[in-house]
Ligand binder design. Structure first.
Ligand SMILES: Cc1cc2nc3c(=O)[nH]c(=O)nc-3n(C[C@H](O)[C@H](O)[C@H](O)COP(=O)(O)O)c2cc1C
Length: 150
Protein backbone atom coordinates (compact mmCIF):
# COMPACT_ATOMS: atom_id res chain seq x y z
CA UNK A 1 0.00 0.00 0.00
CA UNK A 2 1.52 3.34 -0.95
CA UNK A 3 -1.30 5.75 -0.24
CA UNK A 4 -2.19 7.35 3.06
CA UNK A 5 -4.87 9.66 4.43
CA UNK A 6 -3.64 11.50 7.52
CA UNK A 7 -6.30 13.57 9.24
CA UNK A 8 -7.78 15.26 12.25
CA UNK A 9 -11.43 15.22 13.21
CA UNK A 10 -13.18 16.57 16.27
CA UNK A 11 -16.80 15.73 15.48
CA UNK A 12 -16.74 12.88 12.96
CA UNK A 13 -16.73 14.46 9.51
CA UNK A 14 -13.09 13.54 8.98
CA UNK A 15 -13.84 9.95 10.03
CA UNK A 16 -16.38 9.62 7.20
CA UNK A 17 -13.74 10.83 4.76
CA UNK A 18 -11.28 8.32 6.25
CA UNK A 19 -13.77 5.49 5.60
CA UNK A 20 -14.05 6.60 1.97
CA UNK A 21 -10.27 6.40 1.52
CA UNK A 22 -9.93 3.14 3.48
CA UNK A 23 -12.36 1.50 1.06
CA UNK A 24 -10.09 2.64 -1.77
CA UNK A 25 -6.99 1.01 -0.38
CA UNK A 26 -5.50 3.84 1.62
CA UNK A 27 -3.84 3.51 4.98
CA UNK A 28 -5.47 5.97 7.36
CA UNK A 29 -3.88 7.72 10.33
CA UNK A 30 -5.88 9.90 12.71
CA UNK A 31 -3.96 12.69 14.43
CA UNK A 32 -4.67 12.80 18.16
CA UNK A 33 -4.47 16.19 19.85
CA UNK A 34 -3.13 16.25 23.41
CA UNK A 35 -5.05 19.49 23.96
CA UNK A 36 -8.62 18.50 24.74
CA UNK A 37 -11.42 20.71 23.46
CA UNK A 38 -14.39 21.74 25.66
CA UNK A 39 -17.56 19.65 25.28
CA UNK A 40 -19.69 22.80 25.39
CA UNK A 41 -20.22 23.93 21.80
CA UNK A 42 -19.94 27.68 22.41
CA UNK A 43 -16.72 27.26 24.41
CA UNK A 44 -15.38 24.93 21.73
CA UNK A 45 -16.01 27.54 19.03
CA UNK A 46 -14.36 30.22 21.16
CA UNK A 47 -11.28 28.20 22.01
CA UNK A 48 -10.88 26.49 18.65
CA UNK A 49 -11.51 29.70 16.76
CA UNK A 50 -8.89 31.53 18.79
CA UNK A 51 -6.23 28.81 18.43
CA UNK A 52 -6.85 28.51 14.68
CA UNK A 53 -6.81 32.27 14.11
CA UNK A 54 -3.48 32.51 15.94
CA UNK A 55 -2.26 29.65 13.73
CA UNK A 56 -1.15 27.79 16.87
CA UNK A 57 0.15 24.25 16.77
CA UNK A 58 -1.25 22.02 19.51
CA UNK A 59 0.73 19.11 20.90
CA UNK A 60 -0.16 15.93 19.07
CA UNK A 61 0.62 12.30 19.67
CA UNK A 62 3.24 12.03 16.98
CA UNK A 63 1.88 9.68 14.38
CA UNK A 64 4.24 6.89 13.47
CA UNK A 65 4.23 7.63 9.76
CA UNK A 66 7.10 7.14 7.40
CA UNK A 67 6.03 9.53 4.67
CA UNK A 68 8.88 8.35 2.44
CA UNK A 69 7.04 5.08 1.98
CA UNK A 70 4.00 6.75 0.41
CA UNK A 71 3.56 7.96 -3.13
CA UNK A 72 0.20 9.57 -2.48
CA UNK A 73 -0.43 11.59 0.68
CA UNK A 74 -3.75 13.17 1.51
CA UNK A 75 -4.10 15.45 4.51
CA UNK A 76 -7.54 16.02 6.03
CA UNK A 77 -8.53 18.91 8.29
CA UNK A 78 -11.70 20.48 9.60
CA UNK A 79 -11.94 24.24 9.08
CA UNK A 80 -11.88 26.46 12.13
CA UNK A 81 -12.36 30.18 11.55
CA UNK A 82 -11.67 29.63 7.87
CA UNK A 83 -8.29 28.11 8.72
CA UNK A 84 -6.57 24.77 9.19
CA UNK A 85 -6.79 23.28 12.68
CA UNK A 86 -3.98 23.52 15.24
CA UNK A 87 -3.27 19.74 15.26
CA UNK A 88 -2.84 19.83 11.48
CA UNK A 89 -0.57 22.89 11.74
CA UNK A 90 1.58 20.78 14.08
CA UNK A 91 1.49 17.79 11.76
CA UNK A 92 2.56 19.83 8.73
CA UNK A 93 5.50 21.09 10.73
CA UNK A 94 6.56 17.57 11.68
CA UNK A 95 6.25 15.92 8.29
CA UNK A 96 8.50 16.83 5.42
CA UNK A 97 5.97 17.11 2.66
CA UNK A 98 7.42 19.77 0.41
CA UNK A 99 8.72 17.31 -2.16
CA UNK A 100 5.69 15.06 -2.03
CA UNK A 101 2.52 15.02 -4.03
CA UNK A 102 0.03 16.14 -1.40
CA UNK A 103 -3.69 16.67 -1.66
CA UNK A 104 -5.68 18.44 1.01
CA UNK A 105 -9.25 17.50 1.85
CA UNK A 106 -10.93 20.09 4.06
CA UNK A 107 -14.35 19.81 5.67
CA UNK A 108 -16.39 22.78 6.86
CA UNK A 109 -19.94 23.86 7.64
CA UNK A 110 -20.10 26.23 4.66
CA UNK A 111 -18.21 24.12 2.14
CA UNK A 112 -15.65 26.92 1.81
CA UNK A 113 -12.33 27.61 3.50
CA UNK A 114 -10.81 30.74 1.93
CA UNK A 115 -7.96 31.38 4.37
CA UNK A 116 -6.89 27.74 4.54
CA UNK A 117 -6.91 27.42 0.75
CA UNK A 118 -4.80 30.56 0.43
CA UNK A 119 -2.27 29.23 2.94
CA UNK A 120 -2.05 25.84 1.25
CA UNK A 121 -1.59 27.45 -2.16
CA UNK A 122 1.31 29.45 -0.75
CA UNK A 123 3.01 26.61 1.14
CA UNK A 124 2.27 23.77 -1.29
CA UNK A 125 1.69 25.39 -4.68
CA UNK A 126 1.43 22.05 -6.46
CA UNK A 127 -1.25 20.68 -4.16
CA UNK A 128 -4.85 20.01 -4.95
CA UNK A 129 -7.40 21.22 -2.40
CA UNK A 130 -10.93 19.88 -2.10
CA UNK A 131 -13.43 21.37 0.34
CA UNK A 132 -16.42 19.29 1.48
CA UNK A 133 -19.54 20.60 3.18
CA UNK A 134 -20.21 18.53 6.32
CA UNK A 135 -19.74 15.08 4.75
CA UNK A 136 -21.07 13.38 7.89
CA UNK A 137 -24.59 14.52 7.06
CA UNK A 138 -24.11 15.22 3.32
CA UNK A 139 -22.71 11.90 2.09
CA UNK A 140 -23.05 13.04 -1.54
CA UNK A 141 -20.22 15.52 -0.85
CA UNK A 142 -17.84 12.54 -0.88
CA UNK A 143 -18.35 12.32 -4.65
CA UNK A 144 -16.15 15.41 -4.95
CA UNK A 145 -13.26 13.14 -3.95
CA UNK A 146 -13.68 11.07 -7.10
CA UNK A 147 -11.62 13.68 -8.99
CA UNK A 148 -8.57 12.48 -7.07
CA UNK A 149 -6.86 10.00 -9.30
CA UNK A 150 -7.11 6.91 -7.13
C1 LIG B 1 -13.87 25.99 16.51
C2 LIG B 1 -14.66 25.80 15.24
C3 LIG B 1 -14.62 26.76 14.25
C4 LIG B 1 -15.27 26.55 13.02
N1 LIG B 1 -15.15 27.49 12.04
C5 LIG B 1 -15.74 27.28 10.84
C6 LIG B 1 -15.58 28.23 9.77
O1 LIG B 1 -14.90 29.25 9.87
N2 LIG B 1 -16.21 27.98 8.59
C7 LIG B 1 -16.99 26.85 8.40
O2 LIG B 1 -17.53 26.70 7.30
N3 LIG B 1 -17.11 25.91 9.38
C8 LIG B 1 -16.51 26.10 10.59
N4 LIG B 1 -16.64 25.15 11.59
C9 LIG B 1 -17.38 23.90 11.33
C10 LIG B 1 -16.45 22.72 11.01
O3 LIG B 1 -15.44 23.09 10.09
C11 LIG B 1 -17.23 21.56 10.39
O4 LIG B 1 -18.26 21.17 11.27
C12 LIG B 1 -16.34 20.36 10.07
O5 LIG B 1 -17.04 19.49 9.20
C13 LIG B 1 -15.93 19.61 11.32
O6 LIG B 1 -15.11 18.51 11.01
P1 LIG B 1 -14.94 17.28 12.07
O7 LIG B 1 -16.34 16.79 12.36
O8 LIG B 1 -14.11 16.27 11.37
O9 LIG B 1 -14.29 17.83 13.30
C14 LIG B 1 -16.02 25.36 12.83
C15 LIG B 1 -16.08 24.39 13.84
C16 LIG B 1 -15.41 24.60 15.04
C17 LIG B 1 -15.45 23.54 16.13
Amino acid sequence: MNKVFIYYSLTGNGDVVADYFKKRGFDTEKVISKDKMPKNKALRILKGGFLATMEFETDIETPDINVKKYKEIIIGSPIWNSRLTPPINALLNELFLSEKRVTFVLYSASGTAPKAVKKINTLYPKSKVIVLKEPLKNKEELKKLDVINL
